[in-house]
Design a protein around this ligand. Structure first.
Ligand code: NAD
Ligand code: TDX
Length: 341
C-alpha cells in the first residue's frame, strides 16, 4: 500500500508514520507537510533514510499538490491544532482545517483513493456527565473545534454526494513523544525542568480523557484497514483526569526521577485566568471501534506517562532546538532543493 500522510511532521502524524513503517514492511509512506511552526522534521530523523519513506513539502490547500503522485490512501492529520491559538486568530484554522480538507476531498474524489479523516472529540463540545457516542450532536465551542466539525461535515457530504471511500475518527487528548511543547503535558515537563511557572487555567478541574499516542495510531490503522466508508469512530481509553491531577503526577515523577525537591517543583504551579470558552469535560465512548474493528488500547496511563516523562528527559536536544527555533532550519539543511516544493 502507498499511503500519503498529511501533517506527518507533527506530533501524531510522525508517530503514525513510524507505526506504519514498522507494522507493514511492504508499505510506502509519503509525508506531506507544509512545515508550519508545529511541523518538525526532527521528529522523523530515525526513519528519514528509509527507502519506504519520502517527504513532500506542500500545503493541503494547493489543488495541484498530488498531481503525478501514485497512492492508495490519504490519512489526513494536517491541521492547525492548538485551541489557544484559535482563540487569538481563527483565520489559519479556517483555511487549513476547512479549505485544506475540502481540497483533499476533491483530490480523493478525482483519484478514487480512500481517505481517513483524523478529527477530535472536541467537535462534540463539553459534557458534565455521560459519554459522547458517534451519534452525539456536534456542539463545538472553540474556533478550532468549529473548524474540525466543519471539516467532518464536509467529509460526510462527500461520502453521501460523491460516494468517496472515507471514514472519520474522533480521538481524545493525546500525549507521548514528540508533542509540541505548547500542549499541556510537554509544557508542564519543560517548564518544570527549567523551573518556570506552570500555568493552570481556571481551577484546574477541567477533565480530559488522555490516550497514549501509539494507541491512537493503532486505532487509525484499524480504521484505515477495516473502517466502513461513511462511518465515524470514536477513539478514547476511559482515562478521565482533571488537569491538576496530571500536573501533580508529572511533578511527582520528575522529583523522583531527577532527585529534585518536590516542594520546589510543586511551588511552580500557578493558577491563571481561565481559557475563554474552556470546555469542562470531554469523555468518549469508544465501544464502537472496540466492537466493530476489534481495536484495544495497549498502554495504560501509568506506563504511558512514565514513558513520556522519560522520553522528554532523554530528548533535551530535541526540545532545546524547538525553544531556540533551530528546528525550523532543519528542512533547508537536510533537504535543500532536492525535494519538490
Ligand atoms: P500538530 O500541530 O502537532 O501537527 C500538525 C501538522 O500539520 C504539522 O506538522 C504542520 O506543519 C502540518 N500542517 C499544518 N497546516 C498545514 C497545511 N496547510 N498543509 C500541510 N500541512 C500542514 O498536531 P497533532 O497534535 O499531531 O494533531 C494531528 C491531528 O490530530 C489534527 O488533525 C488534530 O486535530 C487531531 N487530533 C489531535 C489530538 C491531540 O490531542 N493532539 C487529539 C485528537 C485529534
Ligand atoms: O498552559 C496550559 N494550562 C492549562 O491549564 C495549557 C496549554 C492547557 N491547560 C489546560 C487546558 C485544557 O483543559 O489543559 C487542558 C489540555 O489543554 P491542551 O493541551 O491545550 O489540549 P486541549 O485544549 O484539550 O486540546 C487537545 O486535545 C484535543 C489538542 O490540542 C487538540 O488538537 C485535540 O483535538
Amino acid at each position: 500500500m502507498r499511503i500519503v500522510v498529511t501533517g506527518g511532521a507533527g506530533f501524531i502524524g510522525s508517530n503514525f508514520i513510524r507505526h506504519i513503517l514498522s507494522a507493514y514492511p511492504d508499505y510506502h509512506v509519503m509525508n506531506l507537510d507544509k512545515l508550519t511552526y508545529a511541523g518538525n522534521l526532527e521528529n522523523l530523523t530515525d526513519i528519514e533514510q528509509s527507502d519506504r519513506y519520502s517527504f513532500l513539502k506542500g500545503d493541503i490547500c494547493d489543488s495541484a499538490l498530488l498531481d503525478g503522485v501514485e497512492y492508495d490512501a490519504i490519512v489526513h492529520f494536517a491541521a492547525e491544532s492548538h485551541v489557544d491559538r484559535s482563540i487569538l486568530d481563527a483565520s489559519p484554522f479556517l483555511q487549513t482545517n476547512i479549505m485544506g480538507t475540502y481540497n483533499l476531498l476533491e483530490i480523493t474524489r478525482k483519484k478514487g483513493c480512500s481517505f481517513v479523516h483524523v478529527s477530535t472529540d472536541e467537535v462534540y463540545g463539553s459534557t458534565d456527565d455521560g459519554y459522547f457516542s458517534e451519534q452525539s450532536p456536534l456542539m463545538p465551542n472553540s474556533p478550532y473545534a468549529a473548524s474540525k466539525a466543519s471539516s467532518d461535515m464536509l467529509v460526510r457530504s462527500y461520502v453521501e454526494t460523491h460516494g468517496i471511500h472515507a471514514a472519520i475518527t474522533r480521538c481524545s487528548n493525546n500525549y507521548g513523544p514528540y508533542q509540541f511543547p505548547e500542549k499541556l503535558i510537554p509544557l508542564v515537563m519543560l517548564n518544570a525542568l527549567e523551573r518556570k511557572p506552570i500555568p493552570v487555567y481556571g481551577d484546574g478541574m477541567n477533565v480530559r480523557d488522555w490516550i497514549y499516542v501509539e494507541d491512537h495510531c493503532s486505532a487509525v490503522d484499524a480504521v484505515l484497514h477495516k473502517g466502513k466508508a461513511g462511518d465515524v469512530y470514536n477513539i478514547g481509553v476511559r482515562n478521565e483526569r482533571p488537569n491538576i491531577e496530571i500536573i501533580r503526577i508529572i511533578l511527582s515523577t520528575l522529583a523522583e526521577k531527577t532527585s529534585s525537591d518536590r516542594k520546589e517543583l510543586f511551588s511552580l504551579i500557578s493558577y491563571v485566568k481561565d481559557r475563554e470558552g474552556h470546555d469542562r469535560r470531554y469523555a468518549i465512548d469508544p465501544s464502537k471501534i472496540e466492537k466493530d474493528l476489534g481495536w484495544r488500547p495497549e498502554i495504560d496511563f501509568e506506563d504511558g506517562i512514565a514513558r513520556t516523562i522519560q522520553w522528554y528527559l532523554e530528548s533535551r536536544h530535541w526540545w532545546e532546538r524547538i525553544i531556540s527555533g533551530d528546528y525550523l532550519k532543519y528542512y533547508d539543511v537536510q533537504y535543500g532543493s532536492r525535494v519538490k516544493q
